[in-house]
Design a binder for this molecule. Structure first.
Ligand code: SF4
Ligand code: SF4
Length: 344
């Protein structure tokens, strides 16, 4: 549907869950005017309920016959979480008791105990699963996947969603949108959001004004973990090409949803499991079934490749794959040259 496709690769072995990306996006695009509740970029703990709550079980996407599947619209008040209330008077020592008032963090008197934790961009925090000492979790950053077969676009009866020909970025035409929310239900990743102030749907725009200047999206540029690579899928000089097409170690999240996402993930390796006597085994702590469910059937092969290449690097041998993933030079992670510059 587009002449070229821009893509992002996220290396989950490097995400530290700092939410810098979340804040880079929020301060740039969603900190006012009905967007306050939205996180176009969020980082959730896996396994967990995710954001919005239960998105993986919310339907949408396509079935094996390529037909749209029915989806659910998440509840604005329940599934996206409650706003965190900071007690600024106490925090800043400007309350009636003056500067000696101790910091008590937050006040959340309106919340039911079961909703207490549904208040932050990552409400699962570091819970994960498993029993100590074999407990585990990893961070899963998510943006709109700017899919090649976008279910949001296919769901819209107003033809308000379109995919740009020059780079494949998926956008909502605000002048055509009437706020029916079919796209919210149709996106299986729940990455379209309803703006109740303007009664329109809105979503991640892959920072297209930055991309048009050859710059990466803010979430990628500001990531201190250097986990995000950005480039065109047909640009053989791009690390995105190397990771997705050459090494084939980056794959989409939930490919079974049928939307052909263009955000790719390097699945996480995991520490070894302990046996009952407390000895290390050769079994991975994150169940392979969980990872395969998220990243598809190629996951075991990818993890094996990563292990082999990592061992090479440890022995002091060269590894092009590891050098790419380590990302020694920040600027080399982003190759957003336009067609003319590349001679297309
Ligand atoms: S992730 Fe959802 S909103 Fe984004 S392009 Fe795909 S279907 Fe549309
Ligand atoms: S900024 Fe980078 S390292 Fe931090 S949470 Fe986001 S993706 Fe992970």
């Amino acid at each position: 549907m587009s002449k070229r496709q821009i893509a992002m690769v996220m290396d989950l072995n490097k995400c530290i869950g700092c939410q810098t990306c979340t804040m880079a996006c929020k301060t740039q695009w969603t900190n006012r005017n009905g967007r306050d509740y939205m996180y176009w970029n969020n980082v959730e703990t896996a396994p967990g309920k995710g954001y919005p709550r239960g998105w993986q079980e919310s339907g949408g996407g396509f079935n094996d016959e390529g037909e749209l599947k029915e989806g659910r619209i998440p509840s604005l008040t329940e599934d996206y979480g409650k706003p965190l209330e900071i007690n600024y008077e106490e925090a800043l020592g400007i309350g009636p008791d003056g500067p000696s008032t101790p910091w008590t963090g937050v006040t959340r008197p309106h919340l039911k105990p079961e909703d207490e934790k549904f208040t932050t961009p990552n409400w699962d925090e570091d819970e994960g699963e498993g029993e100590f000492p074999n407990s585990f979790f990893f961070y899963l950053p998510r943006i709109c996947n700017h899919c090649s077969n976008p279910a949001c676009l296919a769901s819209c009866p107003r033809k308000a969603i379109y995919k740009r020909e020059e780079d494949g970025i998926v956008l909502v035409d605000q002048s055509r949108c009437r706020g029916y929310q079919h796209c919210v239900a149709g996106c299986p990743y729940k990455k379209v959001y309803f703006n109740p102030m303007f009664s329109r749907s809105e979503k991640c725009i892959f920072c297209y004004p930055r991309v048009e200047q050859g710059k990466p999206p803010a979430c990628a540029k500001q990531c201190p973990g250097r986990i995000r690579f950005v480039g065109y899928l047909d640009d053989e000089a791009s690390p995105v090409y190397a990771l997705v097409k050459k090494w084939k170690v980056a794959v989409p999240l939930r490919p079974d949803f049928g939307t052909q996402p263009n955000v790719y993930y390097v699945p996480p390796l995991s520490p070894p499991k302990y046996d009952e006597q407390g000895r290390l085994t050769d079994k991975p702590r994150i169940p392979i079934k969980l990872l395969t469910g998220l990243f598809g059937p190629e996951t075991p092969r990818i993890l094996e490749t990563l292990k082999i290449e990592r061992e090479k690097k440890k022995r002091g041998e060269p590894s092009e794959l590891m050098d790419t993933l380590i990302a020694y030079r920040h600027d080399e992670m982003f190759t957003i040259t336009d067609e003319e510059e590349q001679g297309f």
